[in-house]
Ligand binder design. Structure first.
Ligand SMILES: Cc1ncc(COP(=O)(O)O)c(C=O)c1O
Length: 292
């Protein structure tokens, strides 16, 4: 199947060169993006993703290149031209193309890229049995709430983790606080049974999955606390998991050489994994979380 993307006003074959050499996204990482899950042609939690996109743009003094209605129509069309049962929709907006200079160019038109690819969810075994994660120093800037295309620290930390045989890496501040993972948010069930995750401030990306999982947890009567936690808390934590648009709810059973809880995905993780799969139209995946 030829994959079709929308680049700067045109539908093109995905691998066709279409972005200018002086696009500021390409030269500076001067852009923002969103990744949206698409199930059976329907983008999931799209309103929340578009709201976060608008916020990221506003925080960087960038403008939305189209009206929200046109953006939605383009997204629908790219999804229609790339029929996949389970996909991710990638939306990227850069400040535009201009001669290379640090100050923002005047009157430049933002570049919009919309593409779709097959979704790569964690394997059934990973969701059923959990994964191991590494720890990595959080070397990123102080505005991690902006979903910018500048992902070098995330790439470096993930690459190092993968080379060491880990599935993901948790970012750790110099005081031991766990902020988030390289492409996901982090949750613990603490020693008192409370579900804990870092507050959605400037030190983490406020994940859409994180927000949905918090709502599902509250609705299920699970006590929730949005507070920073440190690596040492793993000594008493009962469970841990990651959340993300493509990670879904992914149980974490080992952090470096420390086993989390009894080394198996716990009941809170498995319940939230099932509820999130159902929320996302992925009910067939829900059973994997039941196997523990
Ligand atoms: C650094 C980071 N944190 C958290 C997330 C999870 O966000 P979401 O649930 O919106 O996919 C992502 C997703 O890519 C991410 O890159």
């Amino acid at each position: 199947m030829t994959r079709i993307a929308y680049v700067d006003g045109r539908f093109v074959r995905l691998h066709e060169p279409a972005v200018a050499a002086e696009d500021r996204g390409f030269q500076f990482g001067d852009g923002v993006y969103e990744m949206v899950k698409v199930v059976d042609g329907i983008p999931r939690d799209l309103d929340r993703h578009l709201a976060r996109l608008a916020r990221s743009l506003a925080e960087l003094g960038m403008t939305m290149p189209t009206s929200p209605a046109v953006l939605r129509a383009v997204a629908r069309e790219v999804i229609r031209r790339n029929p996949l049962a389970r996909a991710t929709l990638y939306l990227q907006i850069t400040r535009g193309t201009a001669p290379r200079a640090h100050p923002f160019p005047a009157g430049v038109r933002p570049t919009l890229v919309v593409a779709v690819r097959r979704a790569l969810f964690p394997a059934a075994g990973e969701r059923a049995r959990g994964v191991a994660v590494a720890l990595a120093p959080d070397l990123r800037w102080q505005r991690r709430d902006i979903k910018s295309t500048n992902l070098l620290p995330n790439l470096l930390a993930r690459q190092r983790a993968v080379e060491r045989g880990f599935r993901e890496a948790w970012f750790v501040e110099s005081d031991g606080t766990v902020t988030e993972a390289t492409a996901a948010n982090v949750f613990l069930v603490d020693g008192t049974g409370r579900l804990v995750t870092h507050p959605a401030d400037r030190r983490i990306l406020g994940g859409i999955t994180r927000a949905v999982v918090l709502e599902l947890a509250r609705a299920a009567g699970i006590p929730v606390e949005e507070r920073p936690f440190r690596v040492e808390e793993l000594a008493t934590a009962r469970e841990a998991f990651l959340t993300g648009t493509t990670s879904l709810v992914l149980p974490v059973v080992r952090v470096e050489d420390r086993t989390v809880g009894d080394g198996r995905p716990g009941p809170v993780t498995r319940l939230l994994g099932r509820l999130y799969a159902e929320h996302s139209g992925l009910a067939d995946l829900a059973g994997d979380y039941a196997q523990g």
